[in-house]
Design a protein around this ligand. Structure first.
Ligand SMILES: [Zn+2]
Ligand SMILES: [Zn+2]
Length: 281
């Protein structure tokens, strides 16, 4: 079986399993690479102050290091999630929330410059109904994140609505306007028509590694990657999928003749090497 990569995951050493437990299980199941994406400070039991965003970023660096110690390759990403915009608007003005998001990106830049951090994410747009001003703030932060990623040759993960072709066209346009590196802008958690449109528009995307989404995905060109988007929250165990479950699902697709090894190699190894700039397994 082809080595399996998780192109977007989380780990929570404070409230959840953490990399100490996740990494050996993933490796045992045939995993070779994880992109560890930051959670917002409150997931790690902290309030959303600027200082705590930096502390949360350091948690991600430590978790990626733990994955490497377990013999995996890992990239570390940190950003300002669109849901943070809504949460902070509960107690801050729109201008204050925007500047909090941009300040967090400045911290992100500092760690990208040092070479400690590998990418920016999550940033993007809400996938649920919210206020127009929250969307505008989120988009301003996303645009800045695309520029930061471009300046440091870093990967950036976009959390977006499942808007099909419209989402893909909008992101393509933002990439062109910011002159970002298309290979490093990842439309994360794309499913069904949204994944289809992303692939057709030449965008890099990740699809959740669950059977239903993958059965549709494998009909497309092998230009995307697979993610667990595991939130490592004990209140929602196994959401979206455990990283170590992804190998089993892909083996089933192989046994059912829906994919071949060459296809799986492309999405689990070749595409990861290109987007994350890591050496293969
Ligand atoms: Zn997301
Ligand atoms: Zn995520």
């Amino acid at each position: 079986m082809v080595p399996v990569a998780d192109a977007h995951t989380h780990s929570n050493p404070v409230k959840g399993l953490g990399m100490e437990k996740i990494a050996p299980k993933f490796k045992e199941a045939g995993g070779w690479f994880l992109a560890v994406v930051g959670l917002s400070p409150w997931h790690y039991g902290m309030e959303g102050t600027l200082e705590n965003y930096e502390r949360a970023l350091k948690v991600v660096l430590a978790e990626a290091e733990r994955a490497r110690e377990a013999g995996l390759k890992a990239s570390a990403l940190f950003g300002f999630h669109p849901a943070d915009v809504d949460k902070l608007l509960g107690s801050m003005s729109p201008e204050e929330v925007l500047s909090r998001g941009l300040e967090v990106l400045k911290i992100v830049e500092k760690y990208l410059a040092k070479g400690d951090l590998d990418g920016v994410g999550e940033v993007g747009r809400q996938h649920y109904k919210t206020t127009p001003v929250a969307v505008v703030i989120s988009e301003m932060i996303m645009n800045r994140a695309l520029e930061v990623a471009r300046d440091y040759g870093a990967v950036v993960h976009l959390h977006l609505e499942q808007g099909g072709r419209i989402t893909a066209l909008d992101i393509k346009d933002r990439i062109n306007r910011t002159n970002a590196n298309k290979e490093k802008v990842v439309v994360h958690h794309a499913r069904g028509k949204s994944l289809e449109a992303a692939v057709e528009e030449g965008l890099v995307a990740t699809v959740p590694g669950v059977k239903g989404s993958l059965e549709r995905a494998v009909k497309l060109e092998p230009l995307y990657m697979i993610e667990s988007d595991h939130i490592d929250d004990p209140k929602r165990p196994g959401v979206v999928v455990y990283p170590w479950e992804m190998a089993r699902v892909q083996r089933e697709l192989l046994e059912e003749g829906l994919v071949d090894e060459d296809y799986l190699w492309k999405i689990n190894v070749e595409n990861i090497k290109r987007t994350y700039g890591v050496e293969g397994p």
